[in-house]
Design a protein around this ligand. Structure first.
Ligand code: Z5A
Length: 211
């Protein structure tokens, strides 16, 4: 029987450096012989990418907090069934740029949606597919926003005020504190090479458990 693969998720606030870390982390895992699937949320499937285009569209001002939450989970339910669960079952490792913790942080912390409701959606939509390791890139909000400022037009969520992103950060940190075995909090204010070094170190136990 093929051993189940490993599921690693990357989380963090705006401009924390997830995209920057992804390339180096992928290269490291593949250099160790991992058959890796890289994906993202919202998105990762044809349906999910369509949802992403809607939910991040700054012109879509009509989207209410409840719809936003459900759209994130619609994308997630599809990704789990179409991509993540089959890959893990085939022994592949999955590296996902955001997963369910983002809904607790953004829709729960940021938008104030009840955590119990998010937990009920998680149980239904994720069908027991949970991350083995979650890397949280932690950075003061002002620093992340300064990094992101140089990019193109902000999406529908990026236009929120600093207070929103402070609540997002607090919610992420609270989840990491509550689940220290799954989370590794990485100081995202370090140079890129140090962030990658910490991320690589955080994945080491996944290889030991596999051996
Ligand atoms: N969202 C949600 O609300 N609920 C959910 O359930 C899910 C998502 C799943 C899309 O996410 C949005 O969806 C996101 C949350 C919401 N909205 N917001 N805001 P995304 O992950 O696709 O997009 P993002 O959060 O906006 O990511 P980002 O801003 O692109 O950040 P990043 O990928 O972490 O950063 P980066 O592009 O790697 O780096 C940003 C800049 O900093 C860049 O110029 C780098 O060169 C620089 N950088 C990176 N690392 C460093 C270090 N270490 N030092 C100095 N400079 C650095």
């Amino acid at each position: 029987m093929t051993a189940r693969g490993r599921f690693i998720t990357l989380e963090g606030g705006e401009g924390a450096g997830k995209s920057t870390l992804l390339a180096g982390l992928c290269a490291h895992l593949e250099s160790r012989g991992v058959d890796l699937l890289l994906t993202r949320e919202p998105g990762g499937t044809a349906l999910g990418e369509a949802v992403r285009a809607i939910v991040l569209d700054p012109a879509r001002q009509e989207i209410c907090a409840e719809s936003e939450l459900l759209l994130m989970f619609a994308s997630r339910a599809q990704l789990v069934r179409e991509t993540v669960a089959p890959a893990l079952a085939a022994g592949r490792w999955v590296l996902c740029d955001r997963y369910v913790d983002a809904s607790y942080a953004y829709q729960g912390g940021g938008r104030g949606q009840p955590l119990s409701r998010i937990a009920a959606l998680e149980e239904w939509a994720c069908a027991g597919v949970a991350a083995d390791l979650t890397l949280l890139l932690d950075l003061p909000v002002a620093d992340g926003r300064a990094r992101a400022a140089g990019r193109g037009a902000a999406d529908r969520i990026e236009v929120e005020a600093d207070g929103f992103f402070e609540r997002v950060r607090a919610a992420y940190r609270a989840r990491a504190a509550a689940e220290p075995r799954r989370f590794r909090v990485i100081d995202a204010g370090q140079p890129v090479e140090a962030v990658l070094r910490d991320a690589v170190a955080a994945t080491a136990h996944l290889f030991e458990e596999r051996a």
